[in-house]
Design a protein around this ligand. Sequence first.
Ligand code: M6R
Length: 611
Amino acid sequence: MCGIVGYIGGEQAAPILLEGLSRLEYRGYDSAGVAVFDGQTGSLAVRKAKGRLQVLSDQLHGGADLDSTAGVGHTRWATHGAPSDVNSHPQVSRSGKIAVVHNGIIENYAELKAFLMNQGVSFTSETDTEVVAQLIEYFYDGDLLQAVGRVLHRIQGAYALGILCADCPDQIIAVRKDSPLILGYGEGCNFIASDVTAILRHTRRVGYMEDGELAVLTREGVQCYNHLMQPIEKEIVTVDWEIDAAEKGGYEHFMFKEIMEQPEALRRCLSPRIREGEAVFEDFSLSKDFLQNMRRIYIVACGSSYHVGMVGKYHLERLTRIPVEVALGSEFRYMDPIVDEHTLVIVISQSGETLDTMAALREARRLGGHILSIVNVVGSSIARESDQVLYTWAGPEIAVATTKAYTTQLALLSLLALWLGKRLGTVPEKDCREMVAAFRELPGKMEEVLSHRDDIQYFASQYFNHDSIFFMGRNLDYALGLEGSLKLKEISYIHSEAYASGELKHGTISLIEDGTLVVALGTYGKLFAKAMSNVVEVKSRGASVLALTTYPHQEEMARTADVVMTIPDIHALLLPILGVVPLQLFAYYVALMRGCDIDKPRNLAKSVTVE
Ligand code: M6R
């Protein structure tokens, strides 16, 4: 999704803006632009280019061409108007006096545009954002803050805005509603950004803007206002992410780096939460009363986070005997969900900014549910709007295809299931101890899986030319297949479907013919015999089978499948966490061999902040 960076200070702004934007490239974009105050002419200099940020950077010689110490920059992910130079941001008002960068959608832009056109204002772009720039100029009579305030009363939708005015060279105005925007506090300089990675090189001191807030940034400081335009104090927090964590550190791709970081991420996520053979959540608790009366659990998420929820449902129902519904964030608010004060609503999101998930959270809260979120990005919107939050502590995840966030989300949800089962008395003490012991073994066993990555690379070289790949599995392996299939299709562009093995014979098996590749998942020991019979079923229709199982079942699987990937055996609670790693690697190597843009797959954004 779109990325915003703003800087006001004593240094040349454009190189800082371009560097900040490069940190936001992972979010997905199709064009980029910057606007700065040109001190010599007293006007705004705006430069924009369709395509990669590098195109803009080359045009500006890395920013050296723009002499200015304040400005805003933007990477655009097209919603209103095709990707083009003219539709890129910043969008400017007719006189060129106001420049705006925007993340989100102005829902009533057509109505406002018609109004302005009636007043004789002409438009140059197809964007909703230009309406904001034009409207600010329409209301501007020398008081920028007041003009912005009047515009905010009229626009509807989701927006994070960075605003420059040629008459006010010493300030940037920032606004946030339903779209992320943070403030960065430096020494003699200040920043705005869509996320912290964009400014981490310059400062770790950040403030999270809340919905409806506005901020005026100068070189000396930042003044924030609430939605009533009353001055407010903003809490400044120090971010502890290392800069290296947001850089490739010698790896060719962020995705590969993040796959390799998983054992460490799991240690960070789990170690503080496992003590003396027990799951311990210092950052979270539920009252005895709530636990005793809890009737239902909802898990709400999108994409891979939703797949975490699919696994979580099996675990939570097994360990707590409480019914669990898993809902897509984009469906939840339209399905009249049964949520009340006896419902625990678990919201899962890496970014903490996914708009559909956020909307589901708000609906669940409106209905009275208790909201617990599992989030990676500290201080993100979902984290802040939840009753309670469990952070995955996976570190910054830059590749669009999630890996370490997925495994840490799943580890945390599994630990939560165990913790709840223990509190509810639905898991015998002995089983609890066994599971906790398994959590301790998890990072080491994952290192072992990763050490066999060359085998997966070889398998990928055998199959990367297929144009359709099926994944099948039962129960935990079905949920695992959903994630394996998504990983493959999002970065390799190979058509892929995941099926519950038992469903194949109800239709899909008609697609299996000579040479069709089926990735058969048979890690769950309890259902291994069933997995085997499905492998036989597709083999006898001509499929090539690439199987995944655990060491104890390797030999038996190898008698029927063409190729077998193996993982160490571990308690069923944690099998999908180990099992997903070969699937991540398989997707990665296949995409690599097909020459795909792995970290930034086409049409996708890391953080989906529009509906
Ligand atoms: O940040 P979130 O976890 O809320 O994101 C949800 C999905 O957009 C995300 O998991 C997406 O499916 C990934 N690209 C999958 O790799």
